[in-house]
Ligand binder design. Structure first.
Ligand SMILES: Cc1ncc(COP(=O)(O)O)c(C=O)c1O
Length: 480
């Protein structure tokens, strides 16, 4: 008990020290009162007092009588802290994402900014048939026998799929959730308290930023590696220098960029997690949408010490409306179920029963093979067209996975401005500000290429390109 509370105040002191070192809390800034700090961090008053006293003893902060604690004025900030790795506090992205998702729900928009694959590609008649059969059975549709941790049959099937992929798994390792977002959010909530530090890739699915905002977390980011997707040196530097509790990473078919990190790098990531005793929430929701022969491995494959919580779902394979996902983590299974039972409760019983029957058939594998081929075909068609019509000052990132193209616009074109102009034409794209903090260049967009290239979509792509050219020209004329 004694040791645990000692650890807690040191952890809090380290977090505050980092806020000072990184310049987020400048010299002579007043620290939150003991009570306010206790409330926002979830620590006891005594823990906060001990942390403040430790920081004072080390010279990071000083007290003013009857006024409180202040950041010291003469601190040397190590240059290591400004090296590539960045700190992001006070994240505010939820309203932006909310507006974006609402725009996508409007009638008659061309949803090039959607994260979901085209529904006709996902629709499988065998699955629909099984689903309608189950809908008629009271036990499937109305009973609660798939409450947390979820249907035993479904967990058995998922466990054997993991084992076939070289990750020895028992059904007890898996908790079924309401989609991957639920799995990711529950995992992050189980592992953190407000004020903790987490690590994200600089460019990442907005769900990670939203979760950090909701849970009041500080975010350390590392940049993408231009060649390998993942910068191992920046990762190690962040783990070494900052009090990071958890990382949330996408390493297969990264959303929004599309790269898949090599197995060698995944092995190094697992080793670093073990060395620095940091957990990883691995978002592997696109794991089945690879075009090459071999399914890419996950970091979970290399994780012999249970530091990885592996999250995925059926949303990108059978449709986001299925709302069935899972998290694979033996040590946190209980904590996650506790959170589940006071929030999202469980995934639909009906869907879990239908999935058990469908995944067990050869139709499932066939569906996956066909889906991969169609996505690859559509993405290549978009790529060819865009390569031809986009100005040479744009760069298209093409990877052999998924259904996104990440496009670099001319440096003077702000993707948020492009987004606004295109909304008037009922075209929705995804600007980079949905995936990054706004201190980065805004000249990137993500396009969803899963839809068949029909005439209206083709026209929309031409409009996007015309608009980019117009904005580039206007910016050139302004001299900006
Ligand atoms: C990278 C990523 N992770 C997680 C999710 C959430 O998936 P689900 O619909 O299963 O909650 C999405 C959905 O778009 C996603 O793109």
């Amino acid at each position: 008990m004694m040791l645990r509370s000692m650890y807690k105040f040191r952890q809090l002191a380290k977090n505050i020290q980092f806020l000072i070192e990184s310049g987020s809390w400048p010299a002579h800034k007043k620290l939150p009162s003991l009570r306010a700090q206790a409330q926002s961090s979830g620590y006891s008053l005594m823990t906060v007092l001990n942390a403040y006293q430790e920081l004072e003893a080390k010279g990071w902060i000083y007290t003013k009588q009857k006024s409180g604690y202040y950041v010291s004025g003469d601190i040397n900030i190590s240059p290591e802290h400004t090296n590539k790795v960045a700190l992001n506090t006070n994240i505010e992205i939820n309203s932006l994402v909310f507006d974006h998702l609402k725009r996508l729900q409007q009638d008659h928009v061309i949803p090039l900014g959607s994260a979901f694959p085209s529904v006709p590609l996902l629709c499988n008649t065998h699955f629909m048939k099984i689903l309608s059969q189950h809908a008629k059975l009271p036990n499937s549709s109305l009973s609660t026998d798939s409450m947390p941790p979820g249907s035993l049959h479904l967990r058995q099937i998922l466990a054997s799929r993991y084992s076939l992929n070289g990750i020895s798994t028992q059904p007890e390792d898996i908790v079924i959730t309401s989609g991957a977002l639920d799995a990711l959010n529950l995992s992050l909530q189980a592992l953190t308290k407000p004020g903790d530090f987490i690590l994200l890739q600089q460019t990442i699915f907005y769900g990670a930023w939203q979760a950090a905002e909701r849970l009041g977390l500080n975010v350390i980011t590392i940049p993408e590696h231009p060649e390998h997707g993942f910068d191992v040196n920046a990762f190690e530097s962040a783990l070494k220098n900052y009090p990071i509790k958890v990382c949330w990473l996408m390493l297969n078919a990264h959303n929004p960029i599309g790269f898949t990190v090599s197995n060698e790098i995944k092995l190094v990531i697992a080793e670093l997690l073990h060395r620095y005793k940091v957990y990883l929430i691995e978002d592997d929701v696109y794991q089945e949408l690879f075009y090459e022969k071999q399914k890419p491995l996950s970091v979970k494959y290399f994780d012999k010490e249970n530091y990885v919580l592996h999250c995925s779902s059926f949303s990108k394979i059978l449709g986001a409306g299925v709302r069935v996902g899972w998290v694979h983590s033996r040590p946190f299974s209980n904590a996650i179920q506790h959170l589940q039972l006071m929030s999202t409760v469980s995934a639909s019983n009906l869907m879990q029963h239908a999935l058990v029957d469908f995944i067990g058939t050869h139709h499932y594998e066939k569906h996956l093979r066909q889906l991969r081929l169609k996505l690859q075909k559509n993405k290549n068609t978009y790529y060819k067209l865009l390569k031809e019509i986009l100005p040479k000052s744009c760069k298209i990132y093409l990877y052999a996975t998924g259904y996104f193209l990440w496009i670099q616009l001319p440096i003077n074109v702000d993707s948020t401005v492009l987004y606004q102009h295109l909304l008037d034409k009922k075209i929705v794209i995804a600007p980079s500000i949905l995936f990054q903090q706004d201190n980065l260049p805004r000249n990137y967009i993500r396009l969803n290429c899963s839809f068949n290239l029909t005439e209206p979509i083709k026209r929309a792509l031409y409009t996007v390109v015309e608009m980019i050219k117009m904005l580039e020209q206007n910016a050139g004329a302004d001299g900006s």
